[in-house]
Design a protein around this ligand. Structure first.
Ligand code: FE2
Length: 235
């Protein structure tokens, strides 16, 4: 099973502070059936240089891999990219995709509303750049103005939908997940883990919570996670 959204790399963002913490997160994953994890440190376009980010990410990935010892979870390089106006025309965004694939983990936190401009950029990522945007923790935007537009974009195939395994900590987010799951719109469940103590891996509990809503739809989500892992393994 693939964990598409994680902050396991040491000292690159607000995730793992050391390689030991990263290894502890990988161990939690392994215990919960995760076989591959995409390392998705935050990329904040306004305050980071792309080259510098990639250099720091790759060095941290090397450090974590070396510290991993007997851990069997494969680590794939990625990023959690914060939305910015014009991202749909930004060619260099390809360098931030998951393992060099067409998938881009896109975070919308910080936008005031999900308006036509945001939806156009999401559409442009696919149409102009041939990128598949995966909306990070979609349920978190459920109270944003324009959330429905985002759900429509997911429903008509312009973006894929990732939800966080810890969604059940909030009532509105749980409601949003229920609706998405029942409509068959969730593509991936991921841990978005940051710390083995304060924000640990809760994939097992997340899947259990999804199963309580719909076992059939949950099986479909797991199938999609596994299918993406296979696809990434071929790259
Ligand atoms: Fe994240």
């Amino acid at each position: 099973m693939l964990d598409l959204h994680t902050h396991i790399l040491p000292a690159v963002d607000d995730g793992a502070r050391t390689a030991e913490e990263g290894v502890a997160l990988l161990r939690q994953m392994q215990e919960q059936g995760v076989t591959a994890a995409v390392a998705t440190p935050h990329f904040f376009p306004g305050s980071m240089e792309l080259e510098d980010f990639l250099e720091r990410r790759n060095a941290a990935l090397k450090e974590l891999t070396a510290a991993g010892g007997d851990i069997q979870v494969k680590i794939i390089a990625g990023a959690e990219v914060l939305y910015f106006g014009g991202i749909g025309r930004f060619e260099n965004v390809r360098r931030l995709t998951v393992g060099g694939s067409r998938y881009l983990l896109l975070e919308l936190l910080g936008v005031k509303a999900i308006d036509e401009k945001v939806i156009k950029d999401i559409t442009d990522l696919g149409e102009r750049l041939d990128i598949i945007p995966v909306i990070a923790h979609t349920e978190r935007y459920c109270r944003y103005k324009g959330y429905r537009k985002l759900v429509s974009a997911i429903a008509d195939g312009r973006a894929l939908c990732q939800i966080n395994a810890g969604f059940s900590g909030s009532k509105p987010e749980t409601r949003a997940v229920k609706k998405l799951l029942r409509r068959g719109l969730i593509d991936f469940i991921a841990s978005d883990c940051h710390s083995p103590v304060s924000r640990p891996v809760k994939i097992e509990a997340g899947i259990k919570a999804l199963r309580m809503i719909s076992a059939t739809a949950t099986n479909a989500v797991i199938k999609k996670c596994n299918a993406l892992e296979e696809e990434l393994n071929k790259l």
